[in-house]
Design a protein around this ligand. Structure first.
Ligand SMILES: [Zn+2]
Length: 470
């Protein structure tokens, strides 16, 4: 567009946007007013400390509630509620036509602790530098919380009428603490967050060496279960040793476990993961990825891929020794030896079966095996065609050549409580981060400015695509 052809209105608009970006952001990315709104909300959220120790998710929830009410949401559709004054959750609703069950957009408000002395700067003070937003929660996960609120306001102000209610829930105690917001809401006011599907954290885009690799859709999570292993013995004087030694019993059992692999098992999600990831890999690894999902899997390919910890963890249940203690004196035979074995169980496999296998592999009746805490299993979310195709199309539109890939988390998120409650949950953000520079939970947490705004746009289009009137 030449200057002459630019209407006075367009020029005025452009100038005001440029002026606004200079006012709010010294770097001036030529941001739209919706981007400026999202950035402003993001800044407000980061500046509110929401740690378990001294923070308050209620403060953050109330700040977001005030934003929504100011944008015209009726009082009854914006609620702050929770079990105690410091652990409030926000639940807000944009009314649709009601022809489908609601869509739930979830993000936790709490963040991991951050000590000023560990960081290079104040962790609870948002700032932008050299293309990054800095502060605790910038990547886990106040970015999504800010985007959900900014986009909900945008839908409302654009007059968007979805075919279902769109619910935003910003919750407490995902990272720690005893007042998990998702569990609390499910138990105390389930109708408020009842939904057909949920979008949550846990997915996202991956960047490697500056190149956009793929857009992950997290649809399942492994189950966490730790066991206590213990051998007791009458002990005695170490000058009179016997073969029957608590430490030897335990050590030999653990050595058998070290050599053991659980069988590989693929479900809809991990099969799709290897299928699509094969297209991004080259050579032997690509060929192996295609060979492991054959029925039956190619055992040589399984053996090779198992050398890579992440692929190994995607293919099978794992149990690994993580702690070891024993004995009580340098000159005494040990009266006890103890180890912790941490298992990550594939969705759909049973904790009881894993326990039975563990006992069989340890193969020593003197080793007692007990669970440290009861696990919370969660089913995988089905890869629904309407959701997957929307994600695939939008990913192709915004980042041509970058595939959308279903994944299973080897860790855990709040998605598990919703999946257990029968609400299929997908970890999806369209926010790309460098896989070699993960700072969530760590020092100097940050998120690329470009990634933040791309995620905002992607989630705006995605929510619209799955909830527009058909
Ligand atoms: Zn998180």
């Amino acid at each position: 567009m030449t200057k002459a052809k630019m209407s006075r209105f367009t020029r005025a608009l452009l100038l005001s946007v440029i002026a606004a970006s200079f006012a709010l952001s010294p770097a001036a990315y030529g941001q739209s007013s919706w981007q400026l709104l999202a950035r402003d909300i993001f800044e407000e959220l980061i500046n509110i400390n929401t740690t378990d120790s001294v923070g308050s998710t209620t403060k953050a929830a109330e700040a977001m509630a005030a934003r929504l009410k100011a944008a015209g949401f009726p009082r009854e559709d914006v609620q702050v509620l929770g079990p105690n004054p410091r652990k409030g959750n926000l639940v807000a609703r944009l009314r649709g036509t009601g022809s489908h069950k609601p869509l739930l957009l979830l993000a936790h408000l709490d963040v991991v602790e951050a000590n000023r002395e560990d960081w290079s700067f104040e962790p609870f003070k948002f700032f932008e530098k050299d293309g990054f937003f800095y502060g605790r929660g910038t990547s886990d996960v106040k970015d999504m919380a800010a985007i959900w609120i900014a986009n909900l306001i945008r839908f409302k102000q654009e007059g968007f009428k979805p075919d279902r209610d769109i619910i935003v829930a910003l919750t407490a105690d995902e990272e720690g603490g005893t007042a998990n917001g998702v569990k609390w809401l499910l138990k105390n006011d389930r109708p408020m967050i009842e939904a057909e599907d949920c979008f949550n954290e846990g997915g996202g885009g991956l960047i490697k060496n500056g190149k956009y690799l793929l857009n992950e859709v997290q649809a399942s999570e492994k189950l966490y279960l730790s066991f206590n292993l213990e051998v007791k013995n009458r002990g005695g004087h170490s000058s009179l040793p016997t073969r029957d030694n608590a430490i030897y019993h335990l050590a030999e059992g653990l050595t058998r476990l070290a050599r053991f692999d659980f069988p590989v098992h693929f479900d809809e999600i991990t099969r799709a993961y290897f299928e699509r990831f094969a297209a991004l890999e080259t050579g032997q690894i690509a060929a192996d990825m295609r060979a492991v999902i054959l029925t039956p899997p190619d055992s040589a390919a399984v053996a090779r891929l198992s050398q890579i910890p992440y692929y190994n963890a995607m293919m099978r249940t794992t149990c690994v020794a993580t702690r070891l203690t024993g004995g009580h004196a340098d000159n005494a035979l040990p009266q006890s030896a103890r180890a912790v074995v941490n298992c990550r169980i594939l969705p759909g496999e049973s904790a009881d079966d894993v326990e039975r296998t563990l006992i069989k592999v340890l193969a020593d009746k003197q080793i007692t095996v007990t669970r440290i805490a009861e696990p919370t299993p969660s089913p995988a979310s089905p890869l629904k065609p309407e959701i997957m195709s929307a994600i695939e199309q939008l990913t192709a539109q915004m980042w041509p050549g970058v595939p959308a890939v279903p994944t299973m988390s080897t860790g855990a998120t709040d998605g598990l409580h919703l999946r257990n409650a029968g609400i299929p949950t997908y970890g999806i953000s369209g926010i790309f981060e460098d896989i070699d520079d993960v700072r969530a939970h760590g020092k100097d947490e940050r998120l690329g400015v470009k990634s933040f705004f791309e995620g905002q746009e992607f989630l705006y289009r995605l929510v619209k695509a799955v909830s527009k009137l058909k």
